[in-house]
Design a protein. Structure first.
Length: 291
């Protein structure tokens, strides 16, 4: 049933204008178009980072055969794509999968060119030249830092560093990696760059035990639309359902390159990669520098 309502307005000069207010639906069925849903609001992370930073980039572990190598890379690519899809479904920002090697190098003390020259010198002959594994730590992390919104499971944790002395004010989820021996490729490389560029910092306060960041969001109530303590385990369940969960990832995870990133007063979406050094086991450790 539709009711058509006519309304009449009189102009000040005495002319009469008649307009019609179109059909108001009171009941029954019809084909009136439904209003479009409001676009989903993104959950940003707008903390501004500091300095120049060296990141570890990942890929699939080189296999004994070409087929195995392709399989391992396919598993890694599927992990990354599933993570991206999950972020998109929760309106979370996208950023590169990475672990931090050295964060916040002061560019006034060590310039971009200084860092490039040093890595061009040490990587081709160093222990990391062929890449290296970073096994996942499958213990269940405890909330030793008293994060809010905290939840964890074997190999991962989620928390909110909202308060007190926390500087980055983020909701985060990360994959924990195993501590490695002092003579491992990872620890030797970290010791080299930390000594050469002392203005940078490691990614943890308790020593250099890196983690892989998977989720960033602001530490505020708006982020509850996108990610909460209750919803975050769905990420790990989604990865498991796609057969790219942490158990599968642990078997093929490999550091394939080192990236130099400009994070000076930049949010995560503004980071800029300045150079990349590709590590290659299959060619006997050839390092390809891309500037």
């Amino acid at each position: 049933l539709y009711i058509l309502v006519a309304m009449e307005w009189k102009a000040t000069a005495g002319a009469v204008a008649t307009g019609f207010l179109v059909a108001v639906l009171l009941g029954g069925c019809g084909n009136s178009p439904k209003p479009s849903p409001a676009p989903a609001q993104e959950c940003p992370y707008d903390y501004r980072f500091h300095g120049l930073t060296l990141l570890l980039h990942f890929g699939g572990k080189p296999g004994a055969t070409d087929e195995e190598t392709r399989h391992n890379q396919d598993v890694y690519d599927k992990f990354v794509n599933t993570l991206k899809d999950w972020r998109k479904s929760h309106n979370l920002m996208q950023f590169p999968v990475h672990a931090t090697l050295l964060y916040g190098i002061n560019a006034s003390q060590s310039s971009e060119d200084d860092i490039k020259a040093y890595l061009n010198q040490v990587l081709p002959s160093g222990p990391a030249k062929a890449g290296f594994a970073t096994p996942i730590d499958f213990s269940t992390p405890k909330n030793v830092d008293n994060y809010t919104h905290y939840v964890s499971g074997p190999g991962w944790e989620y928390g909110d560093s909202c308060c007190d002395l926390a500087s980055m004010r983020m909701r985060f989820a990360e994959i924990h990696l195993q501590p490695q021996a002092s003579d491992s490729a990872l620890q030797l490389l970290h010791a080299q760059v930390a000594k050469q560029f002392p203005s940078g910092g490691s990614s943890t306060l308790s020593g250099f035990v890196p983690h892989i960041s998977t989720v960033y969001a602001n530490s505020d109530s708006d982020s509850e639309r996108c990610v909460t303590q209750a919803s975050i385990p769905d990420l790990w369940q989604t990865l498991n359902a796609k057969h790219v969960g942490l158990e599968e990832l642990d078997k093929i995870l490999w550091v394939t390159s080192i990236g130099l990133w400009d994070m000076r007063d930049k949010t995560t979406s503004e980071w800029k990669m300045l150079a990349e050094w590709r590590l290659n086991q299959t060619t006997g450790g050839e390092v390809v520098s891309i500037v």
